[in-house]
Design a protein around this ligand. Structure first.
Ligand code: UD1
Ligand code: CA
Length: 456
């Protein structure tokens, strides 16, 4: 099939009013990626394809969402919303370039899988002129009904235009369609708007093609694949389905999850086999975990890389640019941002490491803070291999600590520390014998005096 050229047209000109949002509907995210991004990825996963997106407004923002996956995508504006066939024709210029296959998908159907699209194209390859993805709707209200005759598709009748007999059909139009590229424009141009909504229905090309003697067939997709998102409740439902699918895929690939329903993944989360993910972990975009790591409960990981055998959490936060080495540990209430942490380093308690490099086997005590920001600029902290930082120390960047150096607890380190040195950055302890008792007596006396005055 790969030698066949393909154009995928994504319809996204709907107003999406039920989202009650300033953000165009198709830009609302699922698993951290705008819905339209999911559709583009599914289209590209089904085989090489050019992409055309039909939008009503916010063309630039839609372009930005599509570009990372399809840099050459064409964005076409449908300025008047006259129906799905009219919308497809907004991309006339792209269709006219001439493709073997033309796929039409909806931008608000984010759960569509590549298999379903590849299946549609496959039927074109076998000689069909139009292929429609149908599904069995538990409640078909509102959907176009697929009218079949002798194993072929004779027509799609929109709900409002159905006879009482046709309304009983539960095999519905999922909205995905494949059309032989050579016929696409002539079929679309033959569509009229004599129907209940006075719209140009894409679905009418089924009857037109059948009348012209072309083979028109339906495939059957799962309900989830064609699930449309129209409001924020459906957005959350689609998110839940997406999350369930992705968790399942990861578990089947060798990732253990002790409470899978509580693990939240992003569209691009990568987790290697033999990794254990404990309950309540959130993976934001750009997280990559290598095999054999352990991600403990309540951790939040985004834009970060975790090497084999590393242990993160519980309650750890890895922010963008965190690169955690093999067998390193980042423990409870620690935050790491834009920092490389080498093999076997330990950052175990209440620590902030930002804009830094932590050498192999270094040990940062509880409450170590890299003071990376002076209110204007971010600065780098260099911590050599084998360094020991005593608890509750502030490392004021830019600053470098040489290999195997020691930092005394409670230090504020503002100057570089050479390798193997011991640095104190705090006042020496002063101990005054008996002062404690004297202080206590003084306070007790003052309190008694105050009480006596009040009693007067
Ligand atoms: C459409 C199908 C119906 C199918 C259902 C599946 C038609 C005529 N009907 O109905 O058979 O069962 O989807 O969900 O195709 N759009 C535009 N420009 C327009 C009109 C629509 O870009 O002028 C886009 C919308 O943004 C949306 C998609 O096309 O992504 C579908 O349009 P919508 O009005 O939701 O069609 P339905 O009535 O749901
Ligand atoms: Ca719809």
């Amino acid at each position: 099939m790969s030698h066949r050229s393909c154009l995928t047209i994504i319809l996204a000109a709907g107003e999406g009013t039920r989202m009650k949002s300033a953000l165009p509907k198709v830009l609302h995210p699922i698993a951290g990626l705008p819905m339209i991004g999911h559709v583009v990825r599914a289209a590209l996963g089904a085989g090489e394809s050019d992409i055309a997106v039909v939008v009503g407004r916010a063309a630039e923002r839609v372009r930005e969402a599509v570009e990372p996956f399809a840099p050459a995508a064409g964005i076409f504006v449908q300025s008047e919303r006259l129906g799905t066939a009219h919308a497809v024709l907004a991309a006339r210029e792209a269709i006219a370039r001439g493709y073997d296959d033309v796929l039409v998908v909806f931008g608000d159907t984010p759960l569509v899988r590549s298999d379903v699209l590849a299946d549609l194209r496959g039927r074109l390859f076998e000689g069909a002129g139009v292929v429609v993805a149908g599904f069995r709707a538990p409640d078909p209200t509102g959907y176009g009904r697929l009218i079949e005759k002798d194993g072929n598709l004779a027509a799609i009748r929109e709900h409002r235009d159905c006879s009482p007999e046709e309304l009983k059909i539960d095999f519905c139009n999922g909205g995905l369609m494949a059309v032989a590229g050579a016929e696409a424009l002539s079929l679309l141009e033959a569509v009229g708007n004599a129907n209940a909504k006075s719209e140009y229905y894409l679905t009418d090309i089924v009857e037109i093609a059948a009348d012209r003697g072309m083979k028109v067939v339906a495939t059957e997709a799962g309900h989830e694949d064609v699930l449309g998102v129209n409001n924020r409740v459906e957005l959350a439902e689609a998110e839940a389905i997406w999350q369930r699918r992705k968790r399942r895929e990861l578990m089947l690939s060798g990732v253990s999850m002790t409470a899978p329903d509580t693990v939240h993944l992003s569209f691009d989360t990568e987790i290697g086999e033999e990794t254990i993910v404990e309950p309540n972990v959130v993976f934001g975009p750009g997280a990559k975990v290598e095999p054999g790591a352990k991600i403990r409960a309540f951790s939040h990981i985004e834009g970060a890389h975790v090497s084999p055998g590393a242990e993160i959490g519980p309650f750890a936060r890895l922010r963008p640019g965190a690169d955690i080495g093999a067998k390193a540990k980042v423990g409870n209430f620690c935050e790491v941002k834009n920092a490389v942490v080498d093999e076997g380093a330990k950052i175990n308690h209440l620590t902030y490491v930002g804009d830094a490099h932590v050498g192999a086997k270094a040990n940062l005590g509880a409450g170590t803070i890299t003071c990376n920001y002076d209110g204007f600029l971010k600065h780098h902290t260099e911590i050599g291999a084998g360094v020991f930082v005593g608890s509750n120390s502030s490392l004021v960047a830019p600053v470098a600590i040489g290999e195997n150096a020691y930092i005394a607890s409670g230090s504020v380190i503002t100057d570089d520390v050479p390798a193997d040195a011991l640095a104190f950055g705090r006042a020496r302890q002063v101990t005054k014998p008996d002062y404690g008792r004297r202080l206590r007596e003084k306070h007790a006396e003052a309190a008694a005096k105050r009480k006596a005055e009040k009693g007067k």
